[in-house]
Design a binder for this molecule. Structure first.
Ligand code: AMP
Ligand code: ZN
Ligand code: FE
Ligand code: FE
Length: 278
């Protein structure tokens, strides 16, 4: 049986792993395919593909965009997009630049909460990657002021906590629309993290095609709930580990995986999207 992990980050966003490390890890864990889903970046896809060809791992293009509603953070995955489109690169670049400003603002807020660090400390952690809150959290850990990543998000930088600042805001319709226009398949990431199942119908109305039923943070009960929701709404089922290399303490890759048949479904769906949106 062939398996795929459909949610993997590289150091082009907030994983500690290089493309070489990502793809070797996938091979070591006997994955037939992985999808590279960096935040607001497609830069990791091509390098991973080159290595994937060498190591016998199929590398699928993906992306993770952040959308927001007043009371919810909504991550939208995109699969199998045409990732070399000029307008798409321009839009992603704007989002990444917005993230730099956002770090300055969050650092300012943290300072007023007694946590002293510089934006430069965060950029150093991020290296060439799309800078984000995981980098910020790792920089805060280094100050020794807060002891765990869980506390850092729970008390300071989690959604709508005192030091949270949103990036350039995308509505769910905008995020889903961007993915559809690239010929990609829009999928709701870790829906339990959004925590608002009542928004799913609206996302479907915007063009959502799938739901990440299997995820590292989903308990068996949660998986069951989203399997049912997927079935009732005729949504594709996907799943992945959301591996960030060592960024989340341990390497998650392959801990969540789905049968390769789901990759075939995604491919069929992306053909449909490409026909409808061209
Ligand atoms: P950003 O894209 O900058 O908003 O940050 C998203 C990153 O922060 C992702 O890697 C998430 O997994 C991580 N993240 C968000 N909330 C939490 C949390 N409560 N605990 C740990 N990591 C989190
Ligand atoms: Zn991340
Ligand atoms: Fe996410
Ligand atoms: Fe992710």
């Amino acid at each position: 049986m062939k398996y795929a992990d459909l949610h993997v980050h590289t150091f082009y966003s907030d994983s500690t792993f290089s493309p070489e490390e990502v793809v070797s890890c996938a091979r070591d864990r006997a994955l037939a395919a992985i999808a590279i889903c960096d935040h607001d970046s497609v830069d990791g896809i091509e390098p991973c593909r080159v290595i994937g060809d060498r190591l016998g791992v199929e590398v699928l293009p993906g992306i993770e965009l952040t959308a927001e509603k007043a009371d919810a953070e909504i991550h939208i995955l995109g699969y199998l997009m045409d990732y070399n489109l000029g307008w798409f690169h321009k839009q992603l670049k704007e989002l990444r630049e917005g993230r730099i400003n956002r770090i300055y603002k969050m650092v300012e807020k943290l300072r007023s909460e007694g946590i002293d660090l510089n934006a430069e400390d965060v950029f150093k952690v991020a290296g060439q990657g799309t800078v984000g809150r995981l980098h910020l959290a790792l920089a805060i850990l280094k100050t020794g002021k807060v002891k765990t990543i869980k506390d850092i998000f729970g008390k300071y930088i989690g959604f709508r906590k005192p030091c949270y600042v949103a990036n350039i805001k995308l509505t769910p319709r905008e995020a889903i629309g961007i993915i559809l226009r690239t010929g990609g398949v829009p999928v709701l990431a870790h829906p339990d993290c959004m925590g608002r199942d009542e928004y799913i119908p609206e996302l479907i109305e915007c063009g959502l095609r799938g739901i990440e039923v299997y995820h590292t943070d989903h308990s068996p009960g949660v998986v069951k709930r989203y399997r049912r929701i997927a079935e009732e709404n005729n949504l594709l089922v996907t799943g992945g580990s959301d591996c960030h290399g060592l960024g989340k303490g341990r390497v998650l890759m392959g801990g969540v995986r789905v049968p390769y048949t789901l990759v075939e479904r995604l491919k069929e769906e992306s053909e449909k999207v490409k026909n409808e949106h061209r």
